[in-house]
Design a protein around this ligand. Sequence first.
Ligand code: ASP
Length: 528
Amino acid sequence: MTVTGVVRARPSGTNNTKIPTGEVEIGVKTLEVLNMADVLPFPVDDPEVAKNVNEELRLQYRYLDLRRPEMARNLRLRSKVATATRVYFDEQGFLEVETPTLFKSTPEGAREFLVPSRVHPGKFYALPQSPQQFKQILMVGGIEKYFQLARCYRDEDLRADRQPEFTQVDLEMSFIEREDIYLLIEGLLKRVWKTALGMDIPTPFKRISFEEALNRYGIDKPDTRYGMELMDFTEEFRKSTFKVFSGAIAAGGSVKALNAKGMADATQGQIETMPENAKSFGAKGLAYIKVENGEWKSPIVKFFNETEKAALIEKLKIEEGDLILFAADQWLNACEILGKIRIYCADILRTRGKLVIEPSRFDFLWVVDFPLLAFDKEQNRWYSSHHPFTAPVADDIQFLTSDPKKVRGQHYDIVVNGVELGGGSIRIHQPEVQKIVFEQVLQIPPDLVKARFGYMLEAFRYGAPPHGGIALGFDRLIAILCGTPSIRDVIAFPKTAKGADLMTDSPAGVEARQLRDLYLEVKIPKKE
Ligand code: ASP
């Protein structure tokens, strides 16, 4: 509608203090209707009502959803942070370089989206999972400082808050060490937090090793805004008469415990539904102690002697009302089980108001000293804990083939409030080391290495500089700044958890002629 007229104060008594324009009105001279609007499928001007609108409906009518002030605010913040990021990197001497979206299949990590080539029958491009290889090649190309707000594509079975296409703040630099990346990213996040929230975040960020993170928090992206840390009781229970503990230790494992303060009133049902309990103790359930009315209520305390009990009291600071939870398994498993339980208990305590975390609190953390490799029991082979281009710590290169588990990687993750914001590494720049990692450590057959990565190994032969980089998940970053749990709220046109675009109704079928042009035939398995 176009209206011309004179803005004037409302006659007294007709003011509406609930709306920003409630004190003025227009004395209309001309009025033109530019377009008609149907009745909206849901209201867009009342945040309380809009909050309860089904998300599928919002996604189907995304153009209406985007009119909601909350969505407009999110997109504005996204745009401001993108600009601040570009300005920051420009000031630091970086070049924004676009890398191809039509790439080649190099199936190492997540599953890729394939794009059939019409011109080359039977051949395919793949959409990049990240610009990793191109950015490394840019370093060989002498670019020295590259960044990009890059689109990435991963054909994963979608988990709740993942998107098949997403954006990364991606960067790579030559002639650097890990410390250079820490400094650069701390500067970026300082700028971003100031731009988006007007907040000064203190730097440098704390650092924690992978091992310490697992030992204390049971996860490699710890939320350090609350305690409830895991304690180790492997030594104390080595000779225990409680066979679940001493047996696990004899098998090379660990016993860990945590104190969920004030949760002794948890029901049996709640304890049983605690994640992963079945995995840790088979049919035996999760071992626990409830401290109620001065008594330790637990099916297992009868196995504990006084020294063991004293050790528990001392290390876990046990008091009335506490709930102690145990895991006994191989070290990593025991840590991870309790790590999940720690988060689960913290969530319960937060909903009960017993754990209060300031919404304006941001605990940044670098997680460092990751092992370069992890072992896949099912496939009986080593795989990269980050990706195959991550450099081993120089002193550990000698153990690559003789003792792979000993090799530390030059990999780092940046974590805030228990969310992994990004990760990166110093890369291998020597072709012979990269070849050993591909062929001897990761056991990729030499012909496949040549087909997939031959061009990279060749590029590295022409004086590749030492280099490294990192990528931050841009959607996640914006979601954190907007205080929303869902990245769909900060993406203009997101897909559902099943990868569907409900507005355009995609993915969709194509015509037989299109398939013929691509020399493709589709065989859909019949539903049983
Ligand atoms: N390309 C890596 C990723 O997407 C990040 C990096 O190593 O720079 O996780």
